[in-house]
Design a protein around this ligand. Structure first.
Ligand code: FNR
Length: 194
């Protein structure tokens, strides 16, 4: 566990796309972290498809590293694209690997969710499915605030920087809530973050 007041967050984007808006949300979050919080983003590209035969032979090194990074985190920040009204296969696959015993590393960890979509409807349906999966993993998903960046093409600049102030504000609030909740779970009190 991190020292008092310090919170190590591991960020996961459910998109492997170079120009991913969801990966860009994590970059935006990295610039909005409250005091004491750090963000370490993992790359899901090194994870093979979950296969129980492979698991029986011993976890592949990429999977082992992925699980260790989650295990070393105090909290998680998931940026989930919505694919066909659900989460991406890339993210679901990563969650399958994270879910396996012994010691599934997301169990009991606070988890903040966000998502970006090019559609005006956003990622609410996908995020709801993600909450459902979090229940299975015993990851504790924050209920609010909702960070759902709709019509993403209008809200990021050509360099992939989030430029929409309400979206930036909602990420800042989400991180503040993640901080408060994580400290509360550890039995530490927290000063409110502006
Ligand atoms: C999509 N997209 C999409 N968007 C949405 O709002 N609801 C949806 O159900 C889907 N479904 C969907 C399925 C598949 C297979 C693809 C490839 C795309 C569009 C999606 O929001 C868009 O591609 C985002 O840009 C994906 O996120 P990243 O890659 O930019 O992070």
């Amino acid at each position: 566990m991190s020292p008092v007041g310090a919170i190590k967050v591991v960020g996961i984007s459910g998109s492997l796309r170079k120009g991913s808006y969801n990966s860009a949300l994590l970059r935006a979050a990295a610039e909005l972290l409250p005091d004491g919080m750090t963000l370490d983003v993992v790359d899901l590209a090194e994870l093979p498809f979950y296969n129980n035969d492979v698991e029986q032979q011993g976890l592949p090194p990429g999977v082992q590293r992925f699980r260790e990074r989650i295990a070393g985190a105090d909290a998680l920040l998931l940026a989930a694209p919505e694919y066909n009204f659900s989460i991406s296969g890339v993210l679901k696959n990563a969650l399958e690997w994270a879910s396996r015993p012994p010691d599934p590393p997301m169990s009991g960890k606070p988890c903040a969710l966000m998502g970006a979509s090019v559609s005006p409807l956003g990622t609410a349906r996908g995020q709801f499915h993600l909450r459902h999966v979090c229940v299975s993993l015993n990851a504790i998903a924050l209920n609010t605030p909702h960070v759902d960046v709709t019509e993403a093409r209008k809200k990021f600049d050509d360099a992939g920087r989030l430029i929409d102030q309400p979206s930036l504000d909602s990420i800042r609030q989400l991180l503040a809530e993640l901080r408060t909740f994580t400290l509360r779970l550890r039995g530490e009190t927290s000063a409110p973050v502006e």
